[in-house]
Design a protein around this ligand. Structure first.
Ligand SMILES: NC(=O)c1ccc[n+]([C@@H]2O[C@H](COP(=O)([O-])OP(=O)(O)OC[C@H]3O[C@@H](n4cnc5c(N)ncnc54)[C@H](OP(=O)(O)O)[C@@H]3O)[C@@H](O)[C@H]2O)c1
Length: 369
């Protein structure tokens, strides 16, 4: 994959001279402040409206990548508290997948099952609570044909304990072709099993073709979920983001915190545990520090944390919905503070410019299919 970086880069030296005093964040002013729950966005051309950011549930029940290969009652309680804290702070959009936490991916307990339970338990307390659930179909090589999509969706609905989901996405492109899967998505809409449909990890070419095929059946392609963060801006370079803008498809940004690397808590002397440690190495985190320092400095001007600044940076990219993963209540609550205020255009560009000095880590190879 060719990586093109902006030549107009700021050096760390130049940046240290940029004034740190900023306008007061809009959520500190008295008028027109929208909370995480009030601000909603329509997903692409669909009728589905979701909160300005969602919560990723990959780590819930997963023991192949997260949780140090172990799942216990304490982690279960933390995941449930993340769910409840999200709802309490107004974030009601959740992203899961049939493979998260499943036996297929060597998980302990399905993320869909957990999410379904959390929703059910919450509904006992707040019957009026409205949660938007997104899940995904795994385009496994032995799954062929449109029927496999509706059949997998029904299994997901069973685990979730729901009669329909809000968004159903193809998790990655199929290696034998995608026409059958796209027809399967449309069938799911027509059968009333989903409100909106999307894809994930789709290249510009595949995105356009999925969009055209659904359009022939009168169904909008609502979203493309791709890896997108301040330090992984490949969608800006491979045509995916501009195609989303042109076709009116919402870009759902996964790993928006670069799996924790952009929160500022990991340093060359404190790398993440498990498989993440092999990606976010001490060398990488050393290169990241000038960017983290500037993010922190900008955040201080608004009374915001680095996590809130990097999520706000993504929200500033228009028609982008970040779905950070929350493992506990504190993390979920912090996300809500990323909404209701805005970085200035200068700050958005300055951060992009510093970030362009850093070579991105390797992404999910299916993006190039
Ligand atoms: N479609 C796809 O192929 C695909 C691929 C990847 C992800 N996704 C989706 O995107 C979601 C998010 O992506 P992700 O989980 O890979 O990465 P992420 O959202 O960039 O990072 C999540 C991790 O960052 C850390 N973190 C979160 N909030 C924090 C805070 N406030 N302060 C400090 N650390 C914090 C947590 O890990 P620690 O506390 O352990 O550091 C958390 O698990 C997933 O849950 C999933 O729904 C989709």
């Amino acid at each position: 994959m060719a990586l093109h970086f902006s030549s107009a880069c700021f050096s760390a030296l130049t940046l240290s001279k940029v004034p740190t005093v900023r306008a007061v964040a809009s959520d500190q002013s008295s008028t027109a402040v929208k909370t995480a729950g009030e601000e909603k966005l329509k997903l692409g051309g669909s009728e589905l409206k979701v909160t300005r950011l969602g919560i990723g549930a990959w780590s819930w029940g997963d023991t192949s990548y997260w949780n140090n290969f172990d799942w216990d009652d304490r982690k279960l309680k933390a995941a449930k508290s993340a769910f409840d804290a999200s709802i309490d702070s107004g974030i009601t959009f959740f992203d899961t997948a049939e493979v998260y936490g499943s036996k297929m991916s060597l998980g302990a307990i399905s993320s869909e099952t957990l999410l379904g339970r959390f929703i059910e338990e919450r509904k006992v307390k707040n019957p009026e609570v409205e949660v938007a659930v997104a899940t995904k179909y795994a385009a496994l090589p032995w799954r062929l044909g449109r029927e496999s999509v509706v059949s997998a969706l029904k299994d997901s609905l069973y685990r979730l304990g729901l009669s329909s989901v809000d968004l159903y996405q193809l998790h990655w492109p199929g290696i034998w072709g995608n026409e059958g899967y796209i027809d399967g998505l449309a069938d799911a809409v027509e059968q009333g099993l989903v409100k909106a449909v999307g894809v994930s990890n789709y290249s510009e070419k595949r995105l356009r073709s999925a969009y055209d095929q659904l359009k022939k059946r009168g169904i909008p392609l609502a979203s493309n979920q791709v890896n997108y963060s301040l330090i992984y801006r490949i969608p800006e370079e491979n045509g995916v983001k501009s195609a989303c803008e042109e076709l009116g498809i919402t870009l759902i940004a996964y790993s928006p915190l670069a799996q924790g690397a952009l929160t500022g808590k990991y340093t060359p002397n404190n790398t993440p545990s498990g498989p993440r440690g092999r990606i976010y190495t001490p060398e990488f985190l050393t290169k990241l520090q000038p960017l983290i320092n500037r993010i922190r400095e900008i955040g201080q001007g608004y009374g915001k944390t680095p996590t809130q600044v990097v999520l706000n940076w993504l929200i500033a990219q228009d028609n982008v919905v970040p779905i950070p993963g929350a493992r506990n209540a504190e993390q979920a609550t912090e996300f809500a503070g990323a909404v209701g205020w805005s970085l200035t255009n200068e700050e958005v560009e300055e951060l992009r410019s510093i970030a362009s000095e850093i070579k991105p880590v390797i992404g999910f190879p299916v993006e190039k299919l």
